[in-house]
Design a protein around this ligand. Structure first.
Ligand code: AMP
Length: 405
């Protein structure tokens, strides 16, 4: 499929796609949409940024507009991703009253969700926990679901949702179409997918790697000097920045540190309430905060077109998250920069990432053990001895400055 015009879409759906600038289908869309319209089950390896949401929502909306009986259900691992899917779906159906939709995620007022469910949604977007809550309360029935999507199936497994997904399966009708989207395909993912899919078509797109419009670089820096170095990196750069950090605690500390330096900064991680997360994202989207410190849980759900820089304060726990993280910049063909702070203990992981994702540059040498023994191996620009650090306690970060917007 080369063009959306080939699909015989309902006129209002065609109009919306034109209006939002979807001129040509992306690779995953051109392969997945015809299969889904032919009512096949589908197993697709596709990342955020590939256009996967449109790949399953466009055919689902078409099918449901043409047949008013059945329902659609999309399951997503995180509230942020579910929200993004819901936003895109609202755009597709233009908040059409005859096509109600419901978003069911944890952390939000369940009474509002009861009300929304009374409108008999044609498509429900949910995180597994909240969906089960509604199923148990009998406020939602899913026996009419003809189109089911599991988005980011691999992440669902990582987050421990496999038992919930098996529970949900019991409420679903046997005859339905299911598509399973995942960024990685290992044994666990395959075994979960097999429980859901019947004779699926498999789409293995090329393994995701950062797009060419992202300028990627690495800074070798001792772990203890990252706090100083981030200040100088941020001073050098203009525009919105997402800083990725490995743990919630470090994210809190880093936000405080940057705030003390007067940066307009906020944070998002799994320990914050849904309201706080939404507020942080919306302030970042409208430019009120320039810097957003985030953990990987938050990474997949952010679609802000104007992110100019991604800073990996720490490397991610899982290699695939590197692609998700840097993919927050250079959205839709724009240019962006991604810089990774790599301490000696992260050299080996960086070298692996660089090889896997073909990041230009020479492999890094050295290891954490060498650093702790105090061995000097090569020149490391931001390594201070304890004494020098005391004298120049702000390192490359400069003095604390008065607050700036
Ligand atoms: P996704 O992978 O679904 O999160 O989509 C990533 C981004 O690509 C989103 O901002 C979409 O709006 C955009 N997008 C998806 N499909 C298309 C298309 N066919 N043409 C232009 N932009 C698209």
């Amino acid at each position: 499929m080369q063009s959306f015009d080939e699909l015989n879409l309902p006129p209002q759906l065609s109009r919306v796609l034109k209006k939002i600038g979807f001129e040509k289908p992306t690779k995953i869309q051109s392969q997945a949409i015809p299969l889904l319209l032919a009512e096949r089950d589908l197993m697709a390896c596709a990342e955020t940024g590939s256009g996967k949401t449109g790949a399953y929502l466009i055919p689902m909306v078409k099918a449901l507009m043409e047949n008013p009986q059945p329902q659609g259900l999309v399951l997503a691992p995180t509230r942020e991703l579910a929200q993004l899917i819901s936003d895109f779906l609202k755009t597709l159906v233009q908040s059409d009253r005859s096509f109600p939709i419901s978003l069911l995620v944890g952390g939000q007022d369940i009474r509002k969700q009861f009300k929304s469910l009374k409108s008999k949604p044609r498509i429900v977007i949910a995180t597994p926990g909240r969906l089960i809550d509604h199923l148990n309360r009998k406020t939602l029935k899913i026996h009419k679901v003809q189109h089911l999507v599991l988005d980011e199936g691999d992440r669902m497994i990582d987050m421990g949702f496999a038992p919930q997904l098996e529970q949900i399966l019991k409420f679903l009708p046997k005859h339905r179409q299911t598509s399973f989207f995942t960024a990685t395909l290992d044994k666990k993912v395959k075994s979960l997918a097999e429980k859901y899919l019947v004779d699926p078509e498999t789409l293995l797109l090329d393994e995701a790697r950062p797009v060419a419009t992202i300028k990627q670089s690495v800074v070798q820096v001792a772990a203890k000097d990252k706090d100083n170095h981030i200040v100088s990196e941020l001073k050098k750069r203009d525009g919105s920045v997402i800083v990725f950090v490995k743990t919630k605690r470090r994210t809190d500390e880093l936000r405080k540190h940057l705030f003390e330096y007067g940066f307009a900064v906020d944070l998002i991680h799994g320990g914050r309430s849904q309201g706080q997360r939404n507020q942080a994202i919306s302030k970042f989207k409208n430019g009120k905060t320039r810097i957003l410190c985030a953990t990987d849980v938050a990474a997949r759900g952010i679609d802000v077109p104007h992110v100019q820089h991604v800073i990996n304060f720490d490397l991610p726990m899982q290699d695939e998250d590197y692609v998700h993280r840097v993919g927050r910049t250079a959205r839709n063909g724009a240019h962006g920069e991604a810089v990774s702070f790599v301490s000696p203990s992260e050299h080996r992981q960086w070298n692996r990432l660089a090889k896997k994702y073909e990041i230009p540059g020479r492999p890094l040498e050295g290891s954490d053990r060498e650093e702790s023994r105090g061995k000097k191996k090569g020149k490391r620009p931001f390594r201070f001895s304890n004494q020098r650090r005391k004298k120049n306690s702000r390192g490359q970060g400069g003095q604390k400055r008065s607050p700036r917007a």
